[in-house]
Write a protein that binds this ligand. Structure first.
Ligand code: ATP
Length: 483
């Protein structure tokens, strides 16, 4: 799989990064300390605001965060998070700092989630027996904030704990997995997750306390799949081919299978169902897990489970309904924005106290830049087309209907944008660029229209590769990374 994190190898030009500062959320006051005894099968749920810090240490017993075990005596630091620590045997936690919300709950769906894991594990065991058999290909669907990502983390962590190597695919562009928001990614997981970071942060140039995972990343650049359904489908198909080829090359990946996270919006509208259907077909899903929605479950049963098993029909999908954890919390726009901003900031500057990165600023003339923008559904909203409608003929693969990418003018409008650097060549056609994977990201710090140059921040020193860049129409950036 390819590696994001710019491969800037040539001699540095421009000036070293010095006049910009990363935000540090170090609290000024000393942290209050408390010890919690959590009984077995319960979880301690907590929320920490952005700007606040809470440190948690497991003193005794055993505990896990979304499936990943906490070692005894190690201090974990949380900021801007809503999470839970579950214990199978009971534990004592030392907590320093003041979570904005904290309570212990005895009602958790962990037993059901673990049963699901063991059912998948059985299929993996069968796939181990035969070189032509496939491990489970699981997709988690459900409304927003139903706990889909949390379940993906739990299933992944449990699989890794059993020595498996599942491919984790994120089809939700709102939140990046080991990548920036706006991207779709696939990663082969064989080592533990970074519980302070969720899945972990994007791989960049700095050292990391947990083994770095290198995802294959495609740039979608919009918040919802319906924003440019044609591009979304193209990327899903592309990702499915890449993941299937990885599975066919690596036996451990093949038997471990795939775990896929999806955006909540595609489980809620007929247009979304079309995208869902497409993803299910492209990834040859064998198990569809519906979280927290009776209606979605019965719609999916009607669509997939009753499908006759003819010679030319794909095999039936097993559809499983699970209830939403009472711990799931809605995240408002402000929280999601802050979380997106943090992941962008960390990509360039590292994480305060863990690893500091030294990004580099360079000056690049307008004439040396080739910038594209993801086209939004505007003239023709593909998500409103009837299911099964194919708009390829109308737009000749890139014009007329909904375009995939459009060329962007170098102007002030690009200031404070994050741009993806593509594994493609300047001069490639829009449909080639749209399906090219991402090499890494840069940040357009300032634009001088009169002198026709931009200041560009890159995670590493070096010359900006002569590659096409794509900026998003994502509701970013609302902030300045530098200044
Ligand atoms: N048991 C729990 N206790 C506390 N918080 C939880 C629990 N389960 C999930 N959460 C939190 O609830 C929020 C929503 O959960 P999650 O991200 O898994 O939902 P989702 O369905 O993936 O959401 P989206 O549709 O927005 O992608 C997250 O902040 C998550 O950490």
């Amino acid at each position: 799989m390819s590696v994001p994190g710019l491969q800037l190898s040539e001699l540095p030009i421009g000036q070293p990064f010095s006049n910009f500062t990363a935000q540090d959320s170090t609290p000024a006051e000393p942290l209050s300390e408390q010890t919690y005894e959590i009984a077995k099968f319960r979880e301690w749920r907590f929320e920490v605001a952005f700007g606040a810090t809470v440190e948690v240490k497991l003193l005794k017993g055993s505990a896990e965060i979304f499936g990943t075990e906490l070692p005894i005596g190690h201090k974990f630091t949380f900021t801007g998070i809503k999470s839970a620590i579950f214990t199978w045997q009971g534990c004592a936690l030392e907590v320093r700092g003041s979570p904005s919300v904290e309570y212990t709950s005895e009602e958790t769906p962990m037993t059901t989630y673990t049963n699901l894991h063991f059912a998948l594990e059985k299929q993996r065991g069968m796939a181990d027996e035969s070189p032509t058999a496939q491990g489970p290909r699981v997709m988690i669907i459900g409304p927003e904030n139903a706990g889909k990502t949390s379940l993906v983390k739990i299933l992944t962590a449990y699989a890794v704990r059993q020595g498996r190597k599942p491919a984790v695919v994120n089809l939700d562009p709102k939140e990046g997995v080991l990548s920036l928001p706006g991207t779709l990614s696939a990663t082969s997981f064989s080592t533990i997750m970074d519980v302070e970071e969720g899945f972990g942060s994007s791989p960049t140039s700095g050292p990391s306390p947990v083994p770095v995972k290198l995802p294959l990343v495609y740039y979608y650049g919009l918040e919802t799949p319906e924003g440019n359904a044609k591009l979304y489908k193209a990327l899903v198909s592309r990702m499915a081919v890449a993941v299937s080829s990885r599975l066919s090359e690596d036996d451990q990946n093949r038997s471990s299978g795939i775990i896929i996270d999806t955006p909540g919006t595609i489980s809620q509208t007929p247009a979304g169902y079309d995208l869902l259907h497409h993803a299910i077909t492209e990834f040859s899903i064998t198990t569809l897990v519906v979280l927290g929605s009776e209606r979605l479950y019965s719609d999916m049963l009607r669509r997939f489970e009753d499908r006759p098993n003819h010679q030319h029909q794909p095999p039936p999908i097993s559809i499983i309904k699970l209830s939403k954890s009472g711990g799931c919390v809605d995240r408002d726009d402000a929280f999601l924005r802050a979380s997106r901003e943090r992941s962008i900031r960390e990509y360039f500057f590292g994480e305060p106290k863990k690893r500091t990165l030294s990004p580099y600023t360079m000056t690049v003339g307008f004439d040396d830049l080739n910038i594209w923008r993801v086209s939004e559904a505007s003239t023709l909203n593909a998500s409103l087309l009837p299911i099964g409608h194919d708009d390829d003929e109308e737009d000749g693969g890139g014009g007329g209907g909904q375009a995939l990418l459009v060329q962007a003018e170098c102007s002030m409008l690009l200031q404070h944008s994050v741009a993806a650097v593509l594994h493609a060549e300047v001069g490639d056609e829009a449909h080639v660029l749209a399906e090219s994977s991402v090499m890494g990201f840069v940040y357009i710090a300032s634009v001088d229209e009169q002198k026709r140059y931009m200041k560009i921040l890159a995670p590493m020193p070096g010359r900006l590769p002569p590659k096409p860049l794509v900026v998003s129409s994502f509701p970013e950036p609302t902030f300045s990374l530098v200044g």
